[in-house]
Design a protein around this ligand. Structure first.
Ligand SMILES: CC(=O)SCCNC(=O)CCNC(=O)[C@H](O)C(C)(C)COP(=O)(O)OP(=O)(O)OC[C@H]1O[C@@H](n2cnc3c(N)ncnc32)[C@H](O)[C@@H]1OP(=O)(O)O
Ligand SMILES: O=C([O-])CC(=O)C(=O)O
Length: 370
């Protein structure tokens, strides 16, 4: 038995949800470029869950269902008020999502219809949890979701209590489409491993949130913004990046396990970053990002991934940097839950082997002789 470090190149499951073939990403066979341009997040979630694009009435039905399920149990909000004031946003989300299960009587109901309903509930409630967390830590009361609003609109509304600008809603919605699913990424794999034991969907999504949090995965979008803040101005980009590369440090938001010639989602986020910069009259983050890309691609051949330009997009939308990874989770909940439902449809325990590299022929030594 020989281990493949990081399971690189190992095909661990079949899936009909999303594919990456020759650097092209599709959801249910539809190219991400088409979806980014034309689909809304709710249409995308429907596509991931049901395997087809919704009709107008199916889409309206889903938006209504999401909106009807967006409120979070009062107990979960009460618990969030007791979290330490410096709680990490992804730790807060992971804890709150886990506790949602305590207040759902159907949490352990494994009937397929019950699981679809829980997928929709999780999709509806996660934005509410994140917005509530953002307000509670500022000493403000959470804002109840608005009936009939889309997830992008509702999330921005629940953060501030103000009706969001259309351009902000559109940008966030497009970012949600771009992050919704991505084949067997680490967090989706974590979700599938968890539910393949026939554990419940809340456990699966809680595992996934834990996996997304790390800076080698979803946590990279926040890490990109930390870097941009640290650099501080366009003039300081070149010395900062050159130093990092000379020290063999990783530049967050670059590189990918699967894409070696560039992440097809990055160009959409770059475009959004440029357009939002123009609209707000502040191009500095965009220009700094482009210069970082020139340097990192020029010197290392590494291309930006989905996390790189999302940092400048979300900052230009006025969102705090530690909410970037939770926003990724809002979107990826659609993909995680689609994969969980697919796993349940054709389940087998996921249990690979390990190549043993420890000592052999060791003997037990009585405690007084150690
Ligand atoms: C939504 C997402 O999850 S997208 C990914 C988000 N993560 C990041 O942006 C973090 C930065 N990027 C990385 O750490 C990596 O590119 C990963 C984890 C995404 C994928 O990497 P892997 O396939 O495991 O490649 P690995 O980390 O082994 O790197 C291979 C080589 O490229 C280098 N490299 C990879 N990414 C970077 C980077 N961002 N900056 C500098 N060097 C890098 C490594 O140092 C390594 O060099 P070496 O062979 O000289 O030691
Ligand atoms: O697929 C991966 O390894 C990481 C990624 O880009 C994602 O989850 O969107």
């Amino acid at each position: 038995m020989t281990a493949t470090k990081g399971l690189e190149g190992i095909v661990a499951t079949t899936s009909s949800i999303s594919s990456i073939i020759d650097g092209v990403l599709t959801y249910r066979g539809i190219n991400i470029d088409e979806l980014a341009e034309h689909a809304t997040f709710e249409e995308t979630a429907y596509l991931l869950w049901y395997g087809k694009l919704p009709t107008s009435s199916e889409l309206k039905g889903l938006i209504d269902q999401l909106s009807a399920n967006a409120a979070v149990p009062a107990e979960v909000i009460q618990q969030m008020k007791l979290y330490p004031s410096d709680t990490n946003s992804m730790a807060a989300l992971r804890t709150a999502v886990s506790s949602l299960a305590l207040y759902d009587k159907a949490a352990n109901d494994m009937a397929p219809e019950a699981n679809v309903l829980k997928a929709i509930k999780l999709q509806a409630q996660i934005p509410t949890i994140i917005a509530a967390f953002a307000r509670i830590r500022e000493g403000k009361e959470p804002i109840a979701p608005q009936a009939g609003a889309t997830i992008a609109h509702n999330f921005l509304y629940m953060l501030t209590g103000q009706a969001p600008e259309e351009v902000a809603v559109k940008a966030l919605d497009q970012a949600l489409v771009l992050h919704a699913d991505h084949e067997l990424n680490a967090s989706t794999f974590a979700a599938r491993v968890t539910v393949a034991t026939l554990s419940d969907i809340y456990s699966g999504v809680t595992s996934a949130i834990g996996a997304l949090k790390g800076p080698l995965h979803g946590g990279a979008n926040e890490a990109v913004m930390v870097m941009l803040d640290e650099i501080g101005s366009f003039a300081k980009v070149e010395p900062y990046i050159n130093q990092k590369l000379a020290n063999k440090e990783k530049i967050m938001g670059f590189g990918h396990r699967v894409y070696k010639n560039g992440d097809p989602r990055a160009k959409h986020l770059q475009h959004m970053s440029r357009e939002l910069g123009k609209l707000t009259g502040n191009m500095e983050l965009y220009e700094m990002s482009v210069r970082i890309e020139e340097l990192v691609t020029g010197q290392k051949g590494l291309k930006p991934n989905v996390d790189f330009y999302s940092a400048s997009v979300y900052t230009t939308l006025g969102i705090a940097r530690d909410l970037f990874t939770p926003i990724f989770a809002i979107s990826r909940t659609s993909g995680w839950t689609a994969h969980i439902l697919e796993q349940f449809e054709n389940n087998r325990l996921i249990r690979p082997r390990a190549e043993y590299t420890g000592p052999v022929d060791n003997r037990f030594v009585p405690i007084e002789k150690r």
